[in-house]
Design a protein around this ligand. Structure first.
Ligand code: HEM
Length: 429
């Protein structure tokens, strides 16, 4: 979502401002409409602090290329709950551990909705069951008028449409192949399991909510989209950080060799005996915080948070970055320091209480459904990679961690892959 909000390149952002000004000048009725359209709703938000919004574009261009940093700065100024506008939509941004938990856990039902954005209908061919996957979304969601005339944002939106269509076509083909070769009683993989559950087993749910055959494709697209991008982003960060800190890489490998040995590969049961490996993994999640803002939520009812009234159907941003870099929770939050999770700073075990405070899978009803699976995968991929390989940058290569904090897809690939140009060395030879 933030890919398209926050990382709109400078030229389209400028074009947007120019467009907004032109629209204001030439379409005065539009301005009138904007005022009257939002005036009722507007009342609600007057009591909530926040930056002044521009007509039509709201605060969109103020978020820049690192929106979570801007939002965290705004939180320092306006407080844990503040209001801004993106296009014509009112957004309430929630920051800080206590306030986020208050909203997502204590008032779980009130904050568990999803906004109805046009881009969500593109994902999974409009059949999506979860609403959307991480990373989807567009400025078009909050400024739908951008679709009405040629402009760079509309072009980006159409590209996004094409990518989604390609992914969906790929998955559809795989599901068709599975349907043709499916044999009752044999479950070869996840696709077979879904076919069995939905088509052979009579489906689950009732009435309108009953799962239909087309949900096989859309559910798989959801899971594929939500897991593939996040896991690969984690691994890119992991590789970059073990190269950046070779002493830590060495310590991780020593721990693996001691506990697992050289005769077999690490398995999930080993995790409990590998405290430094686990501490390192959580520090990668905390420090990089590569999902700094969750998928947008929406309020399902009129509600209240920290004394502020928030109406039904308000878009809610949850700023996970504000928790993972909060100096009230973490000593030297800007420092990559896995030892913070080791109870006594040696290798006796990890501090479970502190680990629970890393916020990257969100919390409450909408928290990531793949969290437990993801943690096993993150552990297995990273420990097997280090068990088998040494990672080092090509000689003379400077590894910069700056400026790539939040990892929007395309910047991440451009920057990190260029930076890495790594040397792999098989450890067993
Ligand atoms: C490091 C890996 C991962 C991270 C950091 C991550 C993080 C997240 C976050 C922040 C959300 C949004 C929660 C919210 O809106 O409050 C989410 C949603 C979701 N995740 Fe993950 N995720 C990861 C891996 C996975 C995996 C492996 C799967 C599937 C096997 C998965 C499936 C989903 C699904 C289906 C949703 C949408 C849930 C909903 O709309 O209710 N995720 N994830």
């Amino acid at each position: 979502f933030l890919n398209s909000f926050g990382y709109v390149p400078a030229a389209p952002t400028l074009a947007l401002i120019v467009l907004a000004v032109l629209l204001l000048v030439f379409k005065a009725p539009c301005w009138k409409h904007w005022r009257s359209d939002s005036s009722d709703h507007h009342q609600w938000f007057q009591g909530i602090p926040g930056p002044i919004a521009f007509p039509l574009i709201g605060n969109s261009f103020q978020l820049g290329s690192m929106p979570h940093l801007k939002l965290s700065r705004m939180a320092a100024k306006y407080g844990d709950v503040f209001h801004l506008k993106l296009g014509s939509r009112h957004i309430v941004v929630i920051n800080g551990e206590e306030t986020i938990r208050e909203a997502l856990v204590k008032h779980a039902a009130d904050f568990a909705g999803r906004p109805d954005f046009p881009s969500y209908h593109l994902v999974s061919n409009g059949y999506t069951h979860f609403g959307k996957t991480v990373g989807a979304g567009s400025l078009v969601d909050v400024m739908p008028w951008l679709l009405k005339f040629p402009n760079p944002i509309r072009a980006l939106f159409h590209d996004f449409e094409l990518i989604n269509r390609d992914i969906f076509t790929f998955i559809k083909k795989k599901v068709e192949e599975h349907r043709e070769t499916y044999r009752e009683g044999t479950v070869r993989d996840m696709i077979d399991a879904f076919i069995k559950l939905i088509e052979s087993g009579g489906g689950i749910g009732e009435g309108e909510t009953k799962l239909q055959p087309h949900h096989v494709e859309s559910t798989l697209t959801d899971i594929f989209g939500a897991s593939q991008d996040t896991l690969s982003t984690f691994l890119q960060w992991f590789v970059l950080l073990v190269m950046k800190y070779p002493k830590m890489q060495n310590r991780l490998q020593k721990e693996l060799d001691l506990v697992v040995g050289r005769d077999r590969l690490p398995r999930s049961g080993d995790r409990i005996n590998l405290p430094f490996t686990e501490a390192f993994m959580y520090e990668v999640l905390r420090y990089t915080c590569f999902v700094p803002i969750t998928i947008p939520h929406a309020t399902t009812t009129d509600t209240e948070l920290n004394g502020f009234d928030i109406p039904k159907d308000t878009i809610i941003f949850i700023n996970q970055w504000s928790v993972n870099r909060d100096p009230k929770i973490w000593k030297d939050p800007e420092k990559f320091w896995p030892e913070r999770f080791l109870q006594d700073q040696s290798s006796k075990g990890v501090d479970r209480e502190l680990i629970r405070r890393v916020l990257i899978f969100s919390a409450g009803r909408r928290r990531c459904v793949g969290e437990e699976l993801a943690k096993v995968q993150l552990f297995l991929f990273s420990s097997i990679l280090l068990h088998q390989l040494n990672f080092s940058p090509k000689s003379g290569e400077q590894l910069s961690l700056e400026g790539v904090y939040s990892l929007p897809d395309w910047i991440e690939k451009k920057i990190i892959l260029k930076v890495i140009s790594l040397k792999l060395l098989n450890r067993s030879t």
